[in-house]
Design a protein. Sequence first.
Length: 361
Amino acid sequence: MTSDSGPPRSARSTPSPHRAPPRRARWPLAVGLLLLAPLCAEYVTGYDTSTGDPLALAGGLLILAPLYGAPALLIRETARRLGVRWPGILALAAAFGVVQAGVVDQSLFSTSYRDIEYWDDMLLPTLIEPLGLSANNAVAFVVGHAVWSYGVPIALVESLHPAASRRPWLRAPGLAVTALLYLGAAALILSDHLHNEADHASAAQVTGSLVAVALLAALAFTIGRRRPPSRDAAVPGPFVIGTLGLAAALAFNLVPPTWPGVAAALAVSAVGAASVAHLSRSGRWGGRHVAALATGALLARAAIGFLAVPLGDVAPLAKYAHNTAFLAGAVLLGAWAAWRNRPSAGAGAARAEPLDDDPVR
């Protein structure tokens, strides 16, 4: 999801890439990311008991916005301050995914999570008994969090204000509040799990998760900051990129929870990541491509929601109204992001030429 957008450096008044944009721009962007992340992470597929219930969905944001939106903000702010490119952003997102699934809600190591009826179908075919986890669940949870909980929301919200997309949105007090919100929400989820679930991660499993988090963070701050040489090569148009992103995301979400399915999911992820990394090195890759790729991935998740069976007793009308609303919302958000990055948008649109101080190249 790399982009080379930004204002021309030749302008003497161009703000520093490390200086926050005006408050009227940065606060709506920060709040937008805080809210969009949980929608992409939890609500877009409509699998939970809150599906189709507007009041329950709104109330759930009191916990889910800090739980998902706060990490998305912290990942994004850290990356923009330290010059971490998109490979590093996704590594940080995967690290938070491991924290979420392995330490906070511990679903990665549960054999009966929330008494979900189809949990055994997800768990048993690829269960690795010595580790106490399912390979299918590990791939689905970690990649799912990295892409949909954090990566897609960051890319789309940044696409809505290209001129501010490479600069911090929060200062020290905002970062501190964001971190506290996340720690509070994570503590509530962990406490609920320890009190209401029978399966708890062992000390060894938690330690292993934290080691994986450290390795992913190290990857983000080393390889994730390297700037590969740019090249002048043709790239497919945004519509093609979005369509390919949609197809890859559908394939990832539709593979069966078996060993061949795990292999297919990993192959789709690897080929997709390598392809985007290669294409984004071109100076012709811009903000419209990023917005299209993120939109395609989000549309796939929304479409998969029509196949999901919600937990609890959710009326079919409520379920399909929920799915339709989120699919329409994904289309509208993607269209807005594309419009904001249209070539005629002037200084606010994505630029094709690379910037020396662009931290994502």
